[in-house]
Design a protein around this ligand. Structure first.
Ligand SMILES: [Cu+2]
Length: 182
């Protein structure tokens, strides 16, 4: 674990511990110090500030726990417009930073094949971190996924899209993002 990741961990220890508890195979390891925990939380950054949208003012918490070549990621969103209840939004880890008003800055999805130099990459929920969520009547959303890779560090983002993710990984316009750096 890097120093910065450790500092973040102390502020969100409860979340991180609950994430670890969801990974019994990982938690049972005798060498817990090898786990990498990445957390991010805060108000979403608006990628289309000129228009009002259901995610305006929403917040999110992202937790990713990695070890032994796999990663479990969770996304919790709150403060979504309740008129969006029942709607599913696509969400993914993207390679680039989360910049207000600039959806393109987030770049493409983080893809483990691309990171390994494999061309063409496979595009699915095992090579990318997909976190689509459906809005509850209370304006919250939750998603989790486990993938067989550990993303490389960087200034990255979780991007939330207008549509659910289709089998090719497309999910329509980019509405909002959460910065995730480690
Ligand atoms: Cu995306």
């Amino acid at each position: 674990m890097t120093a910065s990741a450790g500092k973040i961990l102390t502020t969100t220890a409860v979340l991180a511990v609950s994430a670890l508890a969801a990974l019994p195979a990982m938690a049972q390891s005798t060498d817990d110090s090898a786990a990498q925990v990445v957390t991010a939380q805060g108000e979403l950054r608006d990628l289309v500030p000129a228009t009002e949208g259901p995610l305006d003012g929403a917040r999110a918490v992202f937790v990713m726990v990695s070890r032994d070549g796999q990663s479990m990621a969770r996304l919790q969103v709150s403060g979504v417009d309740r008129d969006a209840a029942g709607r599913t939004f696509g969400a993914h880890l993207h390679v680039g930073p989360c910049v207000e008003g600039n959806g393109a800055a987030a770049g493409p999805h983080y893809n483990s094949d691309t990171a390994a130099g494999q061309v063409p990459p496979r595009v699915d929920a095992t090579t990318e971190i997909w976190l689509d969520f459906t809005v509850t009547p209370g304006g919250t959303g939750y998603a989790s996924t486990t993938v067989p890779f550990i993303p490389l560090p960087g200034d990255r983002s979780v991007v939330i899209h207008q549509e659910p993710t289709d089998p090719n990984g497309a999910a329509g316009p980019r509405l909002a993002c959460l910065p995730v750096s480690w």
